[in-house]
Design a protein around this ligand. Structure first.
Ligand code: ADP
Length: 427
């Protein structure tokens, strides 16, 4: 037998990926698959799509690698909720997707939860649960709530009713005291809530039929997962307080590892627990979407070459794709500011990149003002990470070391969770 390996799987919005790593973090295999689309009446049968994708990805792992896998973990989209039969695990209802809003349940949830709690949003898991509970009058007695990752992991280990405190945050779980709060436990539907343990904790061995079908080792364990955006943060291996990941995709999202927990609903800022630390996050509406409205990716590359990143641009913009900003300024009516536009496009781009960097600096500044650990190093993910001129501009504006994250795939982060679970198992 060779060195043992660790499998992470990421179930994102449009498809799924896997990554197999060794204990040093080197990738031995990876692949991705789009979800096949199955129709069930008028809607998509997501549960079947995810299940089929799970097993076909396992089949795609080369057999000699599969035989070396010591542990498995899975991340899923946050707040994707499946209500299943607590005896059979079969869904009782079509899944509620991550971005689906159950605003019918919002007034009820607001009346029981503390003001500005994370569950007080129409797309929270708790709103989905309450909406289901009040809509359907059958099967309440044998219902169980699982998140997407919990359910997929269950297909592998077969023990119903286990979740992790990252996925469970949006149903109301309190990761600080490590239990569901009293205001939630006193509700009738609290009986459907899963039990919660730390992400990357071994739940048990693979089911016999999974071992036989895919030729896994008998000692391969299945570990609790996390959400897709936390898994992407874990991939960057920013493990010390003060380390942060800025994601420069269509929007600008920042995540900072902090020793203190901060929450501020005005700015959409909240914290996820990671062991004894907190992963603090916020998202601005600025970012690559504005760049894409103005320039093609090729133009971005060509124009960037002409920028001197050591020189400050005198142009002061607030690039937004449309009106409205949440973080680091909460103003639903804030208008985009992209004028005056100089005749030279490279100068224009320089001004935009520098203005986005200032918003990023303000974002980290706000987290500090709210009580988070001060940022001391930034790793970058997303389409903007490949722009070296922008990286230099951001280093100057932030006054911090900025580099591209080596790994940014959520599947890689999930594999790190699997590794962690396997190591705890040995101790
Ligand atoms: P998402 O997954 O959020 O859609 P990606 O992480 O794929 O976004 O990043 C895409 C964004 O990256 C686009 O909005 C695009 O404008 C931006 N982008 C692409 N190339 C560059 C570049 N060279 N410099 C800056 N931004 C870029």
């Amino acid at each position: 037998v060779g060195e043992r390996l660790y499998l992470g799987m990421d179930f994102g919005t449009s498809g799924a990926r896997f990554a197999v790593i060794d204990r040093r973090g080197i990738i031995h295999a990876e692949a991705k698959k789009e979800y096949p689309l199955y129709l069930s009446g008028e809607t998509y049968d997501w549960v079947s799509s995810w299940k089929v994708t799970l097993f076909s990805l396992l089949e795609d792992i080369p057999l000699h690698i599969r035989k070396l896998i010591a542990s498995i973990s899975i991340d899923g989209t946050s707040a994707t909720t499946i209500i299943v039969d607590s005896k059979t695990g079969e869904p009782l209802w079509r899944p509620f997707l991550y971005n689906e809003s159950c605003s019918d349940a919002l007034p009820i949830v607001k009346s029981i939860a503390p003001v500005n709690h994370t569950v007080c949003s129409g797309s929270s898991t708790l709103c989905k649960l309450v909406s289901w509970w009040n809509r359907v009058d059958s099967n309440k007695k044998c219902a169980l709530l699982l998140h997407q990752a919990d359910w997929l992991l269950w297909l592998l280990h077969g023990k119903l009713g286990v979740s992790d405190y990252n996925n469970a945050l949006k149903v109301g779980y309190d990761p600080e005291v490590d239990s569901y709060p009293q205001w939630l436990l006193s509700q009738q539907y609290s009986q459907v809530l899963p039990s919660v343990i730390a992400p990357g904790t071994s739940i048990g061995f693979l089911k016999e039929e999974v071992i036989t079908r895919f030729d896994f080792q008998k000692d391969c364990v299945v570990c609790t997962g996390t959400t897709d955006s936390i898994a992407a943060f874990l991939a960057a291996r920013a493990t010390q307080p003060g380390k942060a990941v800025t994601s420069l995709g269509s929007t600008l999202a920042i995540k900072l590892l902090s020793t203190s927990r901060i929450e501020d609903a005005r700015f959409g800022v909240y914290s996820h627990r990671l062991d004894d630390k907190w992963l603090v996050g916020g998202a601005s509406n600025t970012g690559g979407a504005v760049l894409r409205q103005l320039f093609t990716d090729e133009q971005l590359e060509k124009l960037s070459e002409q920028i001197n990143p050591l020189q400050a641009s005198p142009l002061d913009y607030y690039p937004l794709p449309k009106a409205g900003e949440r973080f680091p300024v909460a103003d639903p009516n804030m208008a985009p500011r992209l004028h005056p536009r100089p005749g030279n496009d490279a100068e224009y781009l320089h001004g935009i990149l520098e203005s986005i960097a200032r918003i990023e600096a303000n974002a980290y500044g706000l987290l500090k003002d709210l009580g988070a650990t001060q940022v001391d190093e930034v790793f970058t993910a997303g389409g903007g990470a490949k722009n070296e001129k922008w990286t230099k501009i951001r280093e100057r504006v932030l006054g911090l070391p900025v580099s591209r994250a080596v790994q940014t795939e959520a599947a890689y982060g999930a594999a790190l969770l699997a590794l962690r679970g396997a190591q705890q198992n040995i101790q």
